[in-house]
Design a protein around this ligand. Structure first.
Ligand code: ADP
Ligand code: MG
Length: 356
C-alpha cells in the first residue's frame, strides 16, 4: 500500500505554485511533479512511472479487471469546481467501476491534457485529491500520458483484481429482487444546488454553521466527492448470492436498463421504496423531486440483483451493510414504476452523451 512519507507536503502550498503555470515546467516537469505527489507504488509494481510501460506482478489474482473513464471540462465539470475534489472524483468514478464487478482496485494510469496557462497550484490540488483517493482505496499510480490542449481532459485507467466471483450485468432472472446501496439522488441534487449558487457562495457557505447550509454542503459534497462502494462490492461478490451488478453512474433507471438489456429481462421498481437521504427529502422538491433519484445519475451506489428465494439468507451474509430492496426483475424488456398502486413506464431513463 502507499507510503505516507513518500508524499510531498503540498498541504503547505509553495508561493510560486500560485504564479507559475504548467508552461513553466513543461511536459517532463509535469510528469515528475505528478509522480512525486503520488504515494510510493507497492511491491507488486515491478517497474512504475519512467519506462515505456509499467510492469506489474499479477500473481495475487486469478483475473485482472481493467476499466477506463474520462472527465472533460464543461461536460463533466467546470473550472471553478475545487480541483482537489475533481482529483478525488476522477479516480473514484473509475474505482467504482471495479467495485461494480466486486473487484479490488489496485493500479491506475493517468492521461492528462492541460492548457499551458493552468496554474501549478491547480495541478497540485488536483494531485492531492487524486492521491487521497489512491491512498484511501489502496491504489498505486503506474503511468499515464501528458499533452497540452485547450481545455482540461482527464482520462483514467484503473486495474484491479477479482475478489471472489466477478459480478457481471447479465445474470438477472425474473423473480430476482433488486437492491441498491446507500441513498439515491443526492449527487444530482447537489449539482443543481451548486449550479444555482455559483462558486462565490459555495466557498462562503462552506464555513457556515447554519443547518440549511450544512444540508446543502452535504448534498454538494455527494456530487463532488463520491464514495465508491468497494467494500460493499467485495462483500457482495463473496456472498455468492448476487446474480448481476452495476454501479449507478447514469441514473437508477438507465443503469437498471443496462442490467435488463444484458440479462434480457424487465423490471418493476417501487418508487416509495427508493432510499433517500434526509437532506434529499428536505430540499429536493424545488429541484425536481424524486426524478433526481430515478434518473439523476452520479450516485456511484451499487445496483444488484439476488434470487428471490435467497433474499433471507443473503441478508444474514451481509450483516450491517446498508442496502434497500427497491423492486423485482420480471419477464419482458420494460422497466415499470409503481407508485401509490399506479404503474407507469418512465419517459426518460437517464443521461446519455450526444443526446443531452
Ligand atoms: P513515452 O514517450 O515512452 O510514451 P512518456 O514521455 O509519455 O513516455 O512518459 C514517460 C513516463 O511517464 C511513462 O512511464 C509514462 O507512463 C509516465 N507518465 C506520463 N504522463 C503521466 C501522467 N500524467 N501521470 C503519470 N505518469 C505519466
Ligand atoms: Mg507517452
Amino acid at each position: 500500500m502507499s507510503n505516507e512519507e513518500s508524499r510531498a507536503p503540498i498541504k503547505n502550498r509553495s508561493q510560486d505554485s500560485k504564479t507559475k503555470t504548467v508552461r513553466d515546467i513543461g511536459e517532463f516537469g509535469l510528469i515528475s511533479r505528478i509522480a512525486k505527489r503520488s504515494g510510493k507504488a507497492d511491491a507488486s509494481v515491478l517497474t512504475g512511472i519512467g519506462d515505456d510501460a509499467a510492469v506489474i506482478s499479477t500473481r495475487e489474482y486469478g483475473a485482472m479487471l481493467v476499466t477506463t473513464d474520462s472527465l472533460v471540462e464543461d461536460i463533466h465539470f467546470r473550472r471553478y469546481h475545487p480541483p482537489e475534489a475533481l482529483g478525488w472524483k476522477a479516480l473514484c468514478v473509475n474505482i467504482s467501476d471495479i467495485a461494480a464487478m466486486g473487484g479490488i482496485p489496485r493500479y491506475y494510469l493517468l492521461s492528462l491534457s492541460l492548457p499551458s496557462d493552468l496554474s501549478l497550484d491547480y495541478l497540485d490540488q488536483f494531485c492531492l485529491g487524486m492521491d487521497g483517493a489512491a491512498e484511501r482505496y489502496g491504489l498505486s499510480l503506474i503511468g499515464g500520458d501528458t499533452t497540452s490542449s485547450d481545455k482540461i481532459y482527464i482520462s483514467l485507467t484503473v486495474l484491479g483484481g477479482a475478489s471472489g466471483r466477478v459480478l457481471l450485468r447479465n445474470g438477472a432472472r425474473p423473480g430476482d429482487a433488486i437492491f441498491v446501496t446507500g441513498t439515491l439522488g443526492d449527487s444530482a441534487l447537489g449539482l443543481k444546488i451548486m449550479e444555482e449558487l455559483g462558486i462565490g457562495n459555495l466557498e462562503a457557505g462552506a464555513k457556515s454553521d447554519d443547518p440549511q447550509v450544512a444540508t446543502r454542503n452535504q448534498l454538494i459534497s455527494r456530487h463532488l466527492r463520491p464514495t465508491p462502494r468497494v467494500d460493499e462490492g467485495m462483500l457482495l461478490a463473496k456472498s455468492g448470492m448476487v446474480t448481476s451488478m452495476i454501479d449507478i453512474s447514469d441514473g437508477l433507471l438507465a443503469d437498471l436498463g443496462h442490467i435488463c438489456e444484458e440479462s434480457k429481462v424487465g423490471a418493476m421498481v417501487s418508487v416509495e421504496k427508493i432510499p433517500l437521504s434526509k437532506g434529499f427529502e428536505d430540499v429536493s422538491e424545488r429541484y425536481g423531486g424524486i426524478d433526481l433519484a430515478l434518473s439523476g445519475g452520479e450516485d456511484y451506489e451499487l445496483l444488484f440483483t439476488v434470487r428471490g428465494e435467497h433474499v433471507a439468507t443473503f441478508f444474514d451474509g451481509i450483516k450491517g451493510m446498508k442496502c434497500t430492496r427497491v423492486g423485482e426483475i420480471v419477464e419482458g424488456n420494460e422497466i415499470e414504476l409503481g407508485e401509490n398502486g399506479v404503474r407507469r413506464i418512465p419517459e426518460k431513463r437517464g443521461f446519455e452523451h450526444f443526446k443531452g
